[in-house]
Design a protein around this ligand. Structure first.
Ligand SMILES: *Cc1c(COP(=O)(O)O)cnc(C)c1O
Length: 438
């Protein structure tokens, strides 16, 4: 495929932006090569600056559950933008999006719109600290919660290790209040809660961890988290920035039937525009300013154009059988690949839930913790990645990232793609296609 335009744009971009990008993973550092500069999207396809067409499994990292430039979303945005882009005053559209969400979601009574998932999580943590009067937070190795200081913490091995920042610029005093535990490990959680409960504000988890592979947790573990946090007056935060409106309209909370204390949303909620939200019971939310003393605001929060995209998107999601159809299509795709891997004895498995999937280059039946992912296996993904690109299939450029199926992906397109990928897998495992880092 021709890459001239992308290459030109990328070299220009490197003059302007660190690494040539405005979000690190876009730079293709882990797979090697030049990032595609996207010109436009249509349904399940994106077209790059050289005019190449790709079947898109990145879907803007999750938001585009309807695919690109869905007519209903475009119409609603157009109608709204004609009337002005921002007022810094309330509009009817905020009520409309909130009503769509709250009247169809038993887990929140009130919410607050912000402009990103990061902002939603950052605000939820502040709220949890204010509500409990405690400081420490437990997070999990392998869960990503955006780039707020308190969440940019990973620990080494061992139980209840105090946080060591995984980014420069995060003060030790902030990282030190974040405790990092392995996923799916009840004993580690019990020990940490017993030790820290008097100063522990919240446990935050991606109930469907999907930022470091797809580390599907046992339902019993999530129930255990609910019970132990409740018992010790610690809030449970479900970060549903990916899983919200994806694993069904009510997200992972609905899927597992577990009510956390605070939920955070992003991605799909804005239908491709910058929107995040956090929500909880009215009793917890009344702590937020101006009702309460937890300050949180935003010049562009509840932006009308962004609300319009969210309304149009969630309205489609609420249609009958929307999620059943997505899951069925996803199963067609993953089924073909998994059968092929089994028949050919390849150490490869596609994990999936709802319309999220992840390619694991592994023989394991289950992968539930970050340290169960073999980093060596990523070289296989990188080889496959360039095969995929050469065949007009676009994934997020890292083997740790999950893929997404949108409503615009049809059964036929998916089964053709899966069959094509089987051939590429064979080639990848045969080692006939060298790893290209240029
Ligand atoms: C994407 C993501 C975030 C961060 O959202 P941004 O909109 O990128 O700030 C937070 N939590 C989870 C689970 C995410 O997947």
């Amino acid at each position: 495929m021709k890459k001239e335009q992308s290459e030109k744009l990328y070299s220009k971009a490197k003059e302007y932006f660190p690494g040539g990008v405005n979000s690190p993973v876009r730079a293709f550092r882990s797979v090697g090569g030049t990032p595609l500069f996207i010109d436009r999207g249509e349904g399940c396809y994106v077209f790059d600056a050289d005019g190449n067409r790709y079947l898109d499994f990145c879907c803007s990292w999750g938001p585009l559950i309807l695919g690109h430039a869905h007519s209903k979303v475009v119409e609603k945005i157009n109608a709204t933008v004609q009337r002005g882009t921002s007022f810094g005053a309330p509009t009817r559209l905020e009520n409309e999006l909130a009503e769509l969400i709250i009247s169809n979601n038993p887990f929140i009574e009130k919410l607050r719109f912000v402009s990103s998932g990061t902002e939603a999580v950052m605000s939820a943590i502040r709220l949890a600290r204010a509500y409990t009067g405690k400081n420490r937070i437990i997070k999990f190795d392998g869960c990503y919660h955006g780039h707020a200081d308190a969440m940019l913490v990973k620990a080494g091995s061992g139980l209840a290790t105090f946080g060591i920042s995984s980014s420069a610029g995060v003060p030790e005093s902030v990282a030190g209040d974040t405790i990092v535990l392995p996923l799916n490990d009840e004993a580690a959680m019990e020990a940490a809660i017993n030790k820290h409960k008097d100063d522990l504000a919240a446990v935050i988890i991606e109930p469907v961890p999907a930022n470091n592979g797809l580390l599907l947790q046992d339902k019993s573990y999530l129930e255990f988290l609910r019970d132990i946090t409740r018992k010790h007056n610690v809030l449970l935060i479900f970060d549903e920035v990916i899983s919200g409106f994806r694993i069904g309209f009510t997200g992972a909370a609905g899927f597992y039937g577990i009510k956390p204390d605070i939920l955070t949303y992003g991605k799909i909620i804005g239908g491709g525009m910058p929107v995040g939200a956090y929500g909880a019971s009215a009793a917890i939310m009344q702590k937020i300013s101006p009702d309460g003393n937890v300050y949180q605001g935003g010049t562009l929060s509840g932006n009308p154009v962004a609300m319009a995209a969210g309304i149009a998107t969630l309205t489609e999601c609420l249609k009958k059988d929307f999620y059943e159809s997505l899951e069925k299509k996803t199963n067609t795709f993953t089924g073909i690949l998994n059968s092929f891997a089994k028949e050919n004895n390849l150490p490869f498995k596609v994990f999936s839930i709802g319309s999220i999937f992840w390619f694991a280059f592994s023989e394991k039946e289950k992968i539930q913790r970050a340290d169960e992912i073999d980093s060596e296996s990523m070289t296989k993904f990188n080889t496959l990645y360039h095969e995929l690109l050469d065949h007009g299939i676009y994934f997020g450029p890292s083997g740790y990232e999950v893929g997404f199926i949108s409503d615009a992906h049809t059964e036929e397109i998916l089964s053709d793609a899966a069959k094509g990928i089987c051939g590429m897998l064979k080639k990848t495992f045969a080692g006939s296609s060298p790893l290209r880092i240029d």
